[in-house]
Design a protein around this ligand. Structure first.
Ligand SMILES: [Zn+2]
Ligand SMILES: [Zn+2]
Ligand SMILES: [Zn+2]
Length: 256
């Protein structure tokens, strides 16, 4: 299994437009964060979780040449507004790309990107996608994908667990609370990636402390924090984390 963090920043990205704070002015590339997205290559399948506004730049920067399947966590702007750039992949691969999400997410994608399934003389200029709502574990091309509903403030999002050949990863970039029942869903993973927005509590995201507590309870072999805002300086936060937990950064690649 190979994983590349395409983006690890909160909705405004880092640097934030017009901000002069130390993190936004930092020259350390680990403090530069595009909006959150993950690429997973497993069993010769190329899977992308979320298509943020930075998607084209992420694809070019990290050299993605194929996308077989897309999983969407939820339809917030920072997770979907690079969706149209899937068109190069559907064109190059001469296929309609399967896109999965909760029934509510798929409904919203169908409204926002209605043109991808409509007949049009501009067929070559739009992505071809097949929207497929999912509600339970499904296996495609030997990769088991489990959607895990989680609270994100008042809305429900999906996190995803991908399993193949005894390897596993859990991904939940936007989440506001982890109760015992939810934490039980993520047990036994090689890697778990979790939302950690900032130090201060937030109504729709886990704080750094809440994310660390949840990961210590879930006990993946390796835990990574994502969806950070500019309150968190990479090196400072990373140096103070418990063993087995690290701050993810754009371009971080895991292979096991
Ligand atoms: Zn988000
Ligand atoms: Zn800033
Ligand atoms: Zn969100």
């Amino acid at each position: 299994m190979k994983v590349v963090f395409l983006g690890t920043g909160t909705s405004h990205g880092i640097p934030a437009i017009g901000c002069n704070c130390a993190v936004c002015r930092s020259t350390n590339t680990r403090n530069k964060r595009r909006r959150t997205s993950l690429y997973v290559r497993v069993n010769d399948q190329h899977i992308v979780i979320d298509t943020p506004p930075d998607f084209r730049d992420q694809v070019l920067t990290y050299g993605l040449t194929r996308v077989d399947r897309v999983l969407i966590t939820h339809p917030h702007a920072d997770h979907i507004f690079g969706f149209d750039d899937l068109r190069r992949f559907s064109y190059m691969q001469a296929m309609s790309i399967p896109v999965h999400g909760s029934p509510a997410t798929i409904k919203e994608l169908q409204q926002k990107f209605h043109y991808v399934t409509e007949d049009s003389i501009w067929r070559a200029s739009v992505p071809r996608a097949t929207f497929q709502p999912m509600t339970h574990v499904e296996t495609w091309a030997g990769v088991e994908i489990e959607p895990v509903p989680a609270p994100h403030g008042p809305m429900q999002v999906y996190g995803y667990i991908l399993r193949c050949g005894g390897r596993s990863i859990g991904y939940l970039p936007d989440c506001s609370a982890m109760d015992d029942a939810l934490m039980a869903r993520w047990q036994g993973l090689d890697v778990m990636v979790l939302d950690a927005l900032r130090h201060k509590p937030h109504p729709t995201h886990l704080s750094l402390t809440e994310a660390i507590e949840a990961l210590q309870h879930i006990r993946p072999r390796r835990g990574y924090l994502t969806h950070l805002c500019h309150d968190l300086e990479h090196e400072t936060v990373n140096a103070a984390l418990p063993t087995g937990i690290q701050v993810a950064y754009d371009g971080l690649t895991l292979e096991w």
